[in-house]
Design a protein around this ligand. Sequence first.
Ligand SMILES: C[S@@+](CC[C@H](N)C(=O)[O-])C[C@H]1O[C@@H](n2cnc3c(N)ncnc32)[C@H](O)[C@@H]1O
Length: 257
Amino acid sequence: MTEAETRPNVARMYDYYLGGCHNFAADRAAAEEVLKIFPDTGVAAQTNRAFLRRAVRWAAEQGIRQFLDVGAGLPTQGNVHEVVRAVAPDARVVYVDHDEVAVAYARRLLPTDGRTVVLRGDLRRPDEMLADPLLRATVDLAEPVALLLVAVLHFVPDGDDPWAAVARLRDATAPGSLLAVSHLTLDGAPPLPAQAGTAVYRRSSAPLVPRTHAEVIRFLDGYDLVEPGLVRLADWRPDGEPRAAVSHGYGGVGIRR
Ligand SMILES: C[S@@+](CC[C@H](N)C(=O)[O-])C[C@H]1O[C@@H](n2cnc3c(N)ncnc32)[C@H](O)[C@@H]1O
């Protein structure tokens, strides 16, 4: 077995929480440890996906036709291109992930129609990502883009300055572009289980960095937040989809000034 299979991987652990089948024994064992500490992690993952779908549908309804989904993860149900196409069949979607296994699965499972593309890229290196020829061929950065940073920023430690990376992406997009963010928080969570949960991730492919409301809202600097602001995921324009009893995530959408 390769190291990629024996080390718990955050993309595949998330796939396991969502009931997917693209995960290995090491991913399942680590995910089960987290589920023992936070039994509603599966519902929390569904709540995050439901936020993503609502934010993407809303963006398409506002007339956005280009989507850049960074930290896209493994394909699952209700993928971004499927939600977008229900509103705008001609929209273009670029999926980016730094994980080679997630990218390989996405390339195999997603349509190759020229309007849905999958790139390997790292949020911590935004200039490299933006220079990718496939991205440039698919997205016109002079036109508004919806940038999706959903459940990914909490895998980038403060030392890598994720705020600077997001600002770089913001500056590369046209006014009127959107940013949708979701982010794990432990605001209001009991400290001991929270520490045990993040300890599991320290052994995985990426550390987990929960952030406070004040820290997360800084990612939206330079954007006007749309109603209801940066709120618990299930409270962002709810439409009756599943929700965790306690939400450990913030979600919000902003419009670039
Ligand atoms: C929890 S999944 C989220 C998937 C999807 N965005 C969603 O919310 O359903 C997090 C994804 O972010 C990816 N990721 C973590 N750090 C990243 C980075 N620096 N650049 C790009 N992708 C990253 C992981 O590989 C994983 O696929």
